[in-house]
Design a protein around this ligand. Structure first.
Ligand code: OAD
Length: 245
C-alpha cells in the first residue's frame, strides 16, 4: 500500500463516503462475492429475491437469522471507527451511505448514515403496510404478521427491488448541494466491488457534478476505471491513513 497522504478535508470541503461489505470483513463478517463469500453455497435468487422468499420463506429466514447471529457476535473495526471520528470532525460536511445491513457503522458511533439496502435489524410485513419494526430475533420458521397474518420478512433490499428511496434521494441531495454551493466534494468508496446498481453508479453521478473520486478497496473493483484515485489495501489500514484519524 505504501505511505498514503491524508485527504485534504478542510472546510468547506464535503465528504461523501459509500461503504460495502469489505469494511466489515475485518470484523469477521464475510463479503458477498469471492471464495468464502456469503453467496458461496447459496444461490442469490434463493435467499435474496422476492421470488426466493415466496418459494421458500423458511430458508430465507434461516439465512438472515444466521446473519443476525453473526453480526451480533462481532464488533466494529478501525475502519468503522475512522469514519465515525471523521463525522465528529466534519459534522454536516460529512455523509455516509452504506450498502451494508449489519448496523456496524452505527455501533461505531456514526450518526449521519443512510442505509441504501435496508437493515438486518428491522422486520416488515410482506402483506400489509404496517411500518417496519426493530427486531433482533433469530426465527427458525417464518414469523407471521399479527395484523394481517401475512409473512413477515427482513426489511432489506433484495435483487429486483428498489433501494431505499429516501436514502438515495438524500445522498444525491448532498452531492447537488455541494455543487450548487460551489464547494469541493470528495467521494470515497470503500470495500465495495462496484457490481450492484445503483450504488456502483454513484461515483459517476458525483464526478459529473464535479467531485474528486477515490476508491479504497482490497482488490480492483468492477467500476475502478470510473475513479480518479485508487488505493489497494485493507480498510482498517487505509481509512485511518486517508482520513487522518
Ligand atoms: P462485495 O462482496 O461484492 O464486494 C466486497 C469488496 O470488498 C470486494 O471488492 C473486496 O475486494 C473488498 N474487500 C474485502 N475485504 C476488504 C477489506 N478488508 N478492506 C477493503 N476492502 C475489502 O460487496 P458489496 O460491494 O458491498 O446487496 O456488494 C454490494 C451488494 O451486493 C450488497 O449490498 C448486497 C450484494 O448483493 C443486496 O443484498 C441487495
Amino acid at each position: 500500500m505504501g505511505e498514503l497522504p491524508p485527504l485534504d478535508l478542510r472546510a468547506p470541503t464535503r465528504l461523501l463516503v459509500l461503504t460495502g461489505a469489505g469494511v466489515s470483513v475485518e470484523s469477521g463478517l464475510p463479503a458477498f462475492r469471492g471464495a468464502g463469500g456469503l453467496w458461496d453455497g447459496h444461490r442469490v435468487e434463493d435467499v435474496a429475491s422476492p421470488e426466493g422468499f415466496a418459494r421458500a420463506p423458511d430458508l430465507v429466514w434461516s439465512f438472515y437469522a444466521a446473519r443476525r447471529r453473526a453480526a451480533a457476535a462481532v464488533e466494529p473495526n478501525a475502519a468503522h471507527r475512522a469514519l465515525a471520528a471523521c463525522e465528529t470532525r466534519m459534522r454536516d460536511r460529512f455523509l455516509l451511505v452504506t450498502q451494508n445491513i449489519d448496523g456496524l457503522h452505527m455501533r461505531a458511533g456514526s450518526g449521519r448514515v443512510l442505509e441504501l439496502h435496508g437493515s438486518l435489524w428491522r422486520t416488515r410485513c410482506s402483506g400489509c403496510d404496517r411500518p417496519p419494526f426493530a427486531d433482533s430475533s433469530e426465527p427458525t420458521a417464518t414469523p407471521r404478521c399479527d395484523r394481517c397474518g401475512g409473512a413477515l420478512r427482513p426489511d432489506v433490499v433484495w435483487f429486483g427491488e428498489a433501494v431505499d428511496a429516501e436514502a438515495d434521494r438524500r445522498t444525491r441531495r448532498f452531492v447537488k448541494d455541494a455543487a450548487q454551493a460551489g464547494e469541493r466534494l470528495v467521494f470515497l468508496a470503500v470495500g465495495t466491488s462496484g457490481s450492484v446498481w445503483p450504488a456502483s453508479g454513484l461515483v459517476r453521478y458525483a464526478a459529473d457534478l464535479g467531485a474528486e473520486t477515490w476508491l479504497a478497496n482490497l482488490d480492483e473493483a468492477d467500476n475502478a476505471g470510473w475513479f480518479d484515485h485508487r488505493v489497494l489495501g485493507p480498510a482498517t489500514a487505509v481509512l485511518p491513513a486517508l482520513l487522518e484519524v
